[in-house]
Design a binder for this molecule. Structure first.
Ligand SMILES: Cc1cc2nc3c(=O)[nH]c(=O)nc-3n(C[C@H](O)[C@H](O)[C@H](O)COP(=O)(O)OP(=O)(O)OC[C@H]3O[C@@H](n4cnc5c(N)ncnc54)[C@H](O)[C@@H]3O)c2cc1C
Length: 408
């Protein structure tokens, strides 16, 4: 049986190796001049290749496609990925939050391990080979057009990724192929990205630890983060807490983002601390008091928002100003414009509709002998190695399809 895999990214590489190990003749087509270009930039160049989380703990980190991925996760949970790479001679280590990295701290180790495996399994590697069309007749796949040339295959695995970081080759081709052969596409949205806000803040580059962020829609808090880190950017906010929030709110109308700068303290505790300071030294200036709570750049922003003179003695603070101050500490409001664009987002949310794909083997329910794996599907997860693991587990599900069993 001759199978073509379109896309030499994480999912296509894994599928090619696993299919070849089953005895299938595999031709891999990658439009770039090298394989795994996106892998090289993952985990800030270190590649957070998977996680140690499995089962329910893994699925808690999946945003879209939780139920769909149940069986793929069960059959190829992260320990199988770890085993896969260790068998290829890659030494791995576990870091904070169960994140798994190569000991080399170099994403190239992962990409190169795949390349060696492809060669060992005799996968035909076609670089600079852009697939422009999927050929289907009577609802059955029969070939592809590559660099203008028609080629016949028995089955096809589409592993072309999403629409994020397009310079790596992920330009959404798989979504076009899917649409052309009758599949529905769930609207794509940026996920795991910063959030643009309306306010012009002079806080770019300021990073904060131990804060909390929430999102408000129609006057109600619809998302509230854990305590963690965030960052102010040129256009708004980013950092771990915000990336996670973006994946939860990218399909909602959010009017406000609220930052709690002191999540460990209640309003009453902050009030008591202010009163203690006033009692101890009422002559202290407001700015000096704020400096004991906040970084300097935020002190300026607080004074601006309070609309008072920062040199004011704290004994002169009115009740209203004190309440407004507590409000700023606990509920600093920003107006959300949008999640930053898909081109710069770590992951694409949305894609080939899961209703039309078999969760067992990732085969199309519309066209026989056609499969979709990885980020081109309407699946996405949080940071921590979960997205690469989804690429690998969907590749495994596909490689284990009965279709390949029967024909071998
Ligand atoms: C900056 C960044 C950091 C990330 N870090 C992590 C991390 O540390 N851990 C983690 O789990 N996830 C991470 N991710 C997410 C992860 O990289 C992706 O989810 C994963 O690579 C998706 O794999 P894929 O195979 O589905 O698609 P891709 O990796 O996007 O691969 C698709 C491939 O298909 C090729 N292709 C597309 N169209 C065609 C065509 N018509 N013909 C031929 N070839 C084609 C492309 O050139 C590309 O090589 C990160 C993403 C980014 C952008």
């Amino acid at each position: 049986m001759k199978v073509c895999v379109i896309g030499g990214g994480a999912s296509g590489l894994m599928a090619s190796v696993l299919l070849a190990r089953r005895g299938v003749s595999v031709s891999l087509f990658e439009k770039n001049k090298e394989l795994g270009k996106k892998i090289l930039i993952t985990g800030k160049g270190r590649c957070n290749v998977t996680t140690i989380k499995t089962g329910e703990e893994f699925l808690e980190n999946v945003i879209r496609g939780k139920k769909f991925l149940l069986s793929a996760e069960k059959n190829f949970s992260s320990n199988k990925t770890i085993e896969f790479f260790e068998n290829l001679g890659v030494k791995l280590k576990v870091e904070r939050g169960g994140r798994v990295f190569p000991v080399s701290d170099d994403a190239k180790t992962i990409r190169d391990a795949f390349v060696s495996a492809l060669k060992k399994e005799k996968v035909e590697i076609n670089l600079n080979s852009e697939v422009s069309e999927i050929l289907v007749k009577n609802d059955k796949f029969y070939g592809i057009v590559v660099n203008g040339k028609k080629l016949d295959f028995d089955a096809c695995v589409i592993a072309t990724g999403g629409l994020s970081y397009q310079t790596t080759g992920s330009t959404g081709d798989g979504l076009k192929f899917a649409k052309n052969v009758g599949h529905s596409i769930t609207e794509v949205k940026p996920a795991l990205n910063g959030i643009k806000v309306k306010e012009k803040l002079n806080l770019e580059g300021l990073s904060l630890k131990n804060v909390k962020v929430s999102a408000v829609s129609n006057g109600k808090i619809v998302y509230s983060s854990e305590i963690g880190e965030m960052l102010f950017t040129k256009v708004g906010i980013s950092g771990p807490l915000v990336l996670t929030m973006s994946s939860y709110v990218n399909r909602s109308h959010i009017e406000k983002i609220i930052i709690d700068f002191k999540p460990a303290l209640s309003n009453e505790q902050i009030n008591a601390r202010i009163e203690r300071e006033i009692k101890a030294n009422g002559k202290k200036q407001l700015k000096t008091l704020l400096r004991s709570f906040l970084p300097e750049r935020l002190v300026e922003e607080f004074v601006l928002r309070l609309k008072v003179n920062g040199d004011l003695k704290i004994s002169q603070l009115t009740k209203e100003t004190k309440n407004a101050l507590i409000g700023l500490f606990k509920s600093f409001e920003l107006t959300m414009v949008e999640v930053e664009p898909i081109e710069t987002s770590v992951i694409t949310s949305g894609g080939v509709s899961l209703d039309e794909i078999s969760p067992k083997d990732m085969s199309s329910k519309k066209v026989s002998n056609l499969f979709f794996i990885g980020e081109c599907l309407d699946v996405d997860a949080l940071t921590g190695g979960f997205n690469l693991q989804i690429a690998f587990m969907t590749a495994n599900a596909c490689a284990n399809s009965k279709l390949f069993e029967e024909v071998i």
